[in-house]
Structures are given as structure tokens and as C-alpha cells.
Design a protein around this ligand. Sequence first.
Ligand code: AMP
Length: 215
Amino acid sequence: MNIILLGPPGAGKGTQAQFLVEALGMVQLSTGDMLRDAKDSGTEMGKLVADVMSRGDLVTDEIVIGLIKEKLDGEKGAGFIFDGFPRTLAQADALGKLLNDCDIKLDSVIEIQVDDKALIKRIVGRSTCGGCGQVYHDETKPWPSDGKCSSCGSTDVKRRADDNEESLKQRLMEYYKKTSPLLGYYFAKGNLVSIDGLLSMNEVRDSLKKVINKE
Ligand code: AMP
């Protein structure tokens, strides 16, 4: 089972991908996480993308396609979850070719639908655990009162540099200009399924599982 999670920043792609990794043993391929890792470890590529990311712009197709290409040769688990990739039509075409070359079938492209006002609220209170990547939110899933992550016990709370209103506006603009055409692209290919991302986290997870189990 190989799926793409599509949706604007803050739709819950990362949170839902984590559920699927834990519940089904799928492998999450998040280009955002890969780029943040490169930035944090100070690689040349990380330095190159740091400013672009903090402004909320997209990094070049060439860089992210290269990152995905490397990972497709690795462990497949129970299938791949593409999270935050593809984000442009060129990336979608490149992914199609890569999957074809590796003999991997794309089963579904799942759009997580949310409205823009809800997105801003979600993103502005967001944090993640530096130990295991668990996602928290000041209102809906606050960091445990003992200060320790409920999954791994780490006390390292991380807030993303681009989770502020200014770069969020730019990230949303990039989404509508460059990524939303992928909805039509995958609809035409017959892969697109849309689910309501405004439901509770557990309800969204159940909708996702239903889509996956039908495959
Ligand atoms: P994300 O964690 O998916 O919200 O990604 C954070 C940032 O990383 C984005 O705002 C972009 O600057 C960059 N990024 C992540 N994935 C891609 C992609 N597929 N194409 C271009 N830029 C990306």
C-alpha cells in the first residue's frame, strides 16, 4: 500500500502519517522532515534551503526529487506514505517515473480537506517532540504537564521556525499556486480520495484507515 497525503500546511498530514506508521508499519517519507534534518545538521544543502524554508517558499524540485529518490531504494515496510511530496506538477511527474522504475504502485492520493481559518489556528499553536517527532498542540493536544513527551519521555519541545503567521501566509500561497493543481492531476489519473480533515484526530485517522483497507 503506497499513498500520498495531500493538503495545505496544517491539514494534519504529519500527525496522520505518524498514526499509519505506528498502526500499520508504513514508512513515512516527509520531505519537510528531511530538509529540516539537513538544516539542523548543517549540511551544504541544509544551508542552501534554510532561508527559503523560513520564508515559506518551496525549495527547488531538483533537491526534493533527489531526496525522495534516495529513500525509495531503502526499507519499504508495509508501504510508503508520501507526506508533503509531491508539491508541484514537475514533482508529481518525477514521482510517477521513479515509482514506475522501482516497480512500486501508487494506490491512493488522499486529500485531507480543511478550511484556511482552521489552519492558521492549528499551526500557530503547534509543537513537536525533539526526541521522537510526536506532534502536540497548545489547545488540542497540550504537552504533558510533567514536561515529558508521552511517547518517548523526552523534554525537548520544538517549535518550527516557519510556524508563524507571516511564513504561513506564504506557505498557503505556495500551496494554492503550485500544489493545489495536483488535486486535478490525481483526480484525472483516478487516484484521488478526499476526506474531511476538520473532524477530530481520531475520526480523521478512522477515515484514512477506511480508505486504506478498501485498497
Ligand atoms: P512541511 O514540513 O511539509 O510543511 O515543509 C516545510 C518546508 O519545507 C516547506 O515550506 C518548503 O519550504 C519545504 N518543502 C518541503 N517539502 C517540499 C517539496 N516537496 N517541495 C518543495 N519544498 C518543500
